[in-house]
Write a protein that binds this ligand. Structure first.
Ligand code: KIV
Length: 292
């Protein structure tokens, strides 16, 4: 088992495609790990698919750290990448370095990701200089949802596409070891991928990227509020979960659960002694053998 690291991701460029999936807890990390995925992104999409917010703006550093710790405990080979939440890196360069550092020091992630183009180069340079691997993210950057006016496809004009290419090249030059391209036309992503020295990881950016990333809940059919066009569902676990929980609820109501195989028995003489003991009144002895 070769551990995935930032240099290993970089070395994959041009040799093989990279599979990255979001993960937000220990159980999901173990499942993604068992599937042999390369990178687990503790995305700020946590805000939407786990915490129920309408966008990604409200999730905090502490919430992101809490989930990063859980994912890191479940990951062995995969590289854990923590997403820097809104306003954890935009306010100042020292704050960006301190927050990025917390994801490695406390969260045990192997890298961080942050959104933005040339405007975040000072942060990227400083974080990389502190020894923290960084993934960039351009195109649709959900932390700019208010300024963008919604979750919309980006870089549809020649000027916007050329600006995105310039941003991506500048991020790679500043030290990013990979760049996420979100929701941009496939020909733009293909050209960026061809010109960039680091891997591109696409989401809604077509087949020519060096890798792909999707949200765990989207791939598995666990989030039904909104399904972007670029998502392919590989399972409908949400429906299966509702079916299983309905069966369990019915079994509880009818008394079919728990069955004899789910209960703990008591030796007949102990049971008889217990009944005779309480026949003389409730006990004041609070000791318990603690066995379950
Ligand atoms: O937060 C997230 O899930 C992301 C991916 C969609 C790239 O940033």
């Amino acid at each position: 088992m070769t551990k995935m690291t930032a240099p290993a991701v970089l070395a994959a460029k041009g040799t093989r495609k990279l599979a990255m999936l979001t993960a937000y807890d220990f159980a999901a990390a173990r499942l993604a790990e068992a599937a042999g995925l390369d990178m687990l992104l503790v995305g700020d999409s946590l805000a939407m698919v786990v915490l129920g917010h309408e966008d990604t703006l409200s999730v905090t550093m502490d919430e992101m750290l809490h989930h990063t710790k859980a994912v890191s405990r479940g990951a062995q080979r995969a590289l854990v990448v923590a997403d820097m939440p809104f306003l954890s890196y935009q306010v100042s360069v020292p704050q960006a370095v301190a927050n990025a550092g917390r994801f490695l020091k406390e969260g045990r992630a192997g890298a961080v990701k942050l959104e933005g183009g040339r405007e975040v180069l000072p942060q990227v340079r400083a974080i990389v200089a502190a020894g923290i691997p960084v993934i960039g993210h351009v195109g649709l950057t959900p932390q700019h949802v208010a300024a963008l006016g919604g979750f919309k496809v980006q870089s549809k004009t020649a000027e916007a596409a050329a600006k995105l290419l310039g941003d991506a090249l500048a991020l790679a030059e500043a030290g990013c070891f990979a760049i996420v391209l979100e929701c941009i036309p496939a020909p733009v992503a293909a050209e960026v991928t061809r010109r960039l020295p680091v891997p591109t990881i696409g989401i809604g950016a077509g087949p020519d990227c060096d890798g792909q990333v999707l949200v765990f809940h989207d791939v598995l059919g666990l989030y039904d509020r909104f399904l972007p066009k670029f998502v392919k569902r590989y399972a409908n676990l949400g429906e299966q979960v509702v079916e299983a929980l309905t069966q369990w609820g019915d079994a509880v109501r009818t008394g079919a659960f728990p069955g004899p195989e789910h209960v703990f028995s008591m030796a007949p003489d102990a049971q008889a002694a217990f009944l005779s003991h309480i026949a003389s009144g409730p006990s004041t002895d609070s000791s318990d053998d603690g066995n379950t």
